[in-house]
Design a binder for this molecule. Structure first.
Ligand code: UZR
Ligand code: MG
Length: 259
């Protein structure tokens, strides 16, 4: 019975899945450079959506990381990775077909399984997945989530977390050393040889696709409040009983997916 309202009013755009009516979640993409605070911004959005929303106990919000979709490396790439010579900040380091498929499944209201990635071994943990259940709001965060247009076009809202590169480096170094088990030399070399140039080449140019740019990241409570209120407005019945899928915001999407 959870999400009764959304389910009942969403018949227009959503089809049936296994005889049960499926719902389209509101899909938000969150990008920005490494250690910009993407995960924290997602966390704040989830918390605040709960505070602002009377129905939050019924509303399901989930956050997925692009890092879960790093592809398995070939034996020669593995050797490179161990020496810090593999570029994990390149769009081809991800299984982009799986990202596309997963987001399409999520939009179709299907339950899906996503891989579990281990930074210490630079590989997917075998025979282990995380189950993502159908939700009302899905956040997908990562350094390159706006890079490929077929993935980028699936988002209902695109956010870019814009934190200056000194702050990001200051956060990235201790994180890699503590959480990802690396030594300082390795971390700094990787940053200068791959992370920074790839940010400038692949991530920064996708800032122009964002609907909202969040300066200073998670510290920017005003921006996060504005975003949460906007999400809340879209999710709720507005304009005389129109469910969010019938909201004008979705019109361009319906038009572009049917052509
Ligand atoms: P965020 N990354 C690793 O360090 N090792 C891996 O096995 C896989 C990814 C890093 C990747 C990127 N770069 O900068 C970062 N390197 O994870 C993205 N080198 O994660 O957005 O949380 O900073
Ligand atoms: Mg992260």
């Amino acid at each position: 019975i959870h999400m009764g309202i959304t389910r009942k009013l969403s018949t227009g755009i959503n089809g049936k899945l296994n005889g049960v009516e499926a719902k389209t979640p509101f899909l938000i993409g969150v990008s920005g450079g490494t250690a910009s605070g993407k995960s924290t911004v997602c966390q704040r959005i989830m918390e605040k959506l709960g505070q602002v929303d009377k129905d939050h106990k019924e509303r399901q919000v989930v956050c997925i990381s692009q890092d879960s979709f790093y592809r398995d490396l070939t034996p020669s790439e593995k050797i490179k990775a161990e020496k810090g010579q593999f570029n994990f900040d390149h769009p081809d380091a991800f299984d982009n077909d799986l990202i596309l498929q997963t987001l399409q499944d999520i939009l179709a209201g299907k339950k899906c399984e996503i891989p579990v990635y281990d930074y210490k071994t630079n590989s997917i943990i075998p025979n282990q997945t995380t189950t993502i259940y159908p939700a009302d709001v899905v956040l997908f965060e990562g350094i390159l989530v706006f890079y490929f247009s077929n993935i980028r076009d699936l988002f209902h809202m695109k956010l870019f977390v814009d934190t200056n590169s000194d702050t990001r480096l200051e956060r990235r170094v201790p994180r890699d050393v503590k959480e990802r088990g690396r030594d300082l030399d390795y971390v700094l070399n990787q940053y200068l040889n791959f992370v920074k140039p790839a940010f400038e080449e692949f991530c920064l140019p996708t800032k122009k696709f964002a609907d909202v740019i969040i300066p200073r990241g998670a510290d920017n409570t005003v921006a996060i409040d504005l975003i949460v209120h906007h999400i809340w407005d879209i999710l709720h019945i507005k304009n005389g009983g129109i469910a969010y899928q019938q909201h004008p915001y979705f019109e361009h999407r319906r038009a572009s997916t049917s052509s």
